[in-house]
Design a protein around this ligand. Sequence first.
Ligand code: ZN
Length: 155
Amino acid sequence: MHDAANDLNACGIRCTPQRLEVYSALQRCLGHPTAEELHRLVTERRQARGEAGSVSLATVYNTLEALCGLGLARRLPGPRAGLSGAAECRAARYEAAGREHYHAYTPDGSAHDIPEDLGRRMREAIPEELLREFEARTGLRASRVVIEVESDGAA
Ligand SMILES: [Zn+2]
């Protein structure tokens, strides 16, 4: 695990105890929490340690956005509105930045990591010539292509 305080300081973000707690909680989290879930985790840890005061949900949101801006965390693209029912109502999910990997989404809105090697092979299955054609036909540069799987349940 990275040293959270060093990461924050290295990026020039003011390392308040609250921000550090949010970042640490995100790093420890194995899943892909929403801001609300992370807020609950931070609050529970504080209570378990018998600490006074609290970290507000707004601080969690602001810290997550700052971390994303600094490249220390990622906001998952998530299911897009219109693709799967009430997807537009789902809260954004976050993860600490690490090795790049892709995600599969299930109807409950949770994100599952696609094994790194499998995701890479799926991505590489898109031929470069298709990406060149995409660029030629849309006039847009394909700077990054991600693989996203939507699942309606167990295979
Ligand atoms: Zn992930």
